[in-house]
Design a protein around this ligand. Structure first.
Ligand SMILES: C[S@@+](CC[C@H](N)C(=O)[O-])C[C@H]1O[C@@H](n2cnc3c(N)ncnc32)[C@H](O)[C@@H]1O
Length: 219
């Protein structure tokens, strides 16, 4: 097994992170031990960040101790792998609007002390701002199926992401319009460019249809 990014490993064509909570699965993923360490398989069919890595994302800007603001944390599938990477010294603020998924996320939080669950609308960033007081965000991550995906990301970046810090956003074209996905991506990327320098756009095919993940840096 080879480390390809900080805390992210690859072997036999599969991705893994070192399990922060040995013995515990989050979404039915396989566990695997090597040299006394336990790893969790990170499944690209279940996680857009893993799909982006498989498809050639050139940076995954997190490491041990990072503070991550994660918009659309859902039940914690991807967030749990980010939690493995940032480790006990990191913090992941997971924002989600749905009480149903938040209940599951809180279940995962019981095992993962680096998770802070926030039930809030990411479109109203001032509401979750109080939770972030005293923290500097190292990465803004978003995976939200709404019409104004870039708009939500920009609003949060304006308030919480320092200049020069990275952002990663998964964009789902069909949540924005039923039109040509390439045109939708172009428009969303133009919107992102108001706040960010776009560094890479990676298609998530075949893992997700009509999705890209965009790596960018706050201007
Ligand atoms: C595609 S799922 C995210 C999956 C997750 N990133 C993962 O890989 O494990 C999108 C999530 O965004 C949440 N969501 C949609 N609109 C939102 C909003 N305005 N604010 C916060 N969360 C929102 C939904 O409740 C849902 O859980």
């Amino acid at each position: 097994m080879k480390q390809i990014f900080s805390g992210i490993f690859s072997g036999n064509g599969k991705l893994f992170t070192k399990n922060l909570v040995p013995g515990k699965r989050v979404y039915g993923e396989k566990l695997f031990s090597e040299k006394g360490k336990e790893f969790r398989e990170w499944v690209p069919w279940r996680s857009k960040l893993a799909a982006g890595i498989k498809n050639g994302l050139k940076e995954v800007p997190i490491k041990q101790g990072s503070t991550v603001l994660y918009l659309g944390s859902s039940e914690g599938t991807t967030a749990s792998h980010v939690s493995d990477v940032i480790g006990k010294d990191g913090v992941l603020f997971g924002v989600d609007l749905s009480e149903r998924v938040m209940r599951k996320f809180i279940g995962v939080c019981e095992d993962r002390e680096n998770f802070v669950p926030i039930l809030a609308d990411a479109n109203m960033p001032k509401d979750h701002g109080e939770h972030l007081e005293g923290h500097q965000v190292d990465l803004l991550f978003q995976d939200i199926s709404q019409k104004n995906q870039a708009g939500i990301f920009n609003k949060n970046a304006k308030l919480f992401l320092p200049k020069g810090k990275p952002g990663l956003i998964a964009i789902k074209a069909k949540s924005i319009s039923q039109g040509n996905p390439e045109k939708v991506f172009k428009k969303e990327i133009a919107e992102l460019e108001k706040e960010f320098r776009v560094k890479q756009v990676v298609s998530l095919k075949p893992f997700e249809k009509d999705h890209v993940i965009v790596l960018c840096e706050k201007k």
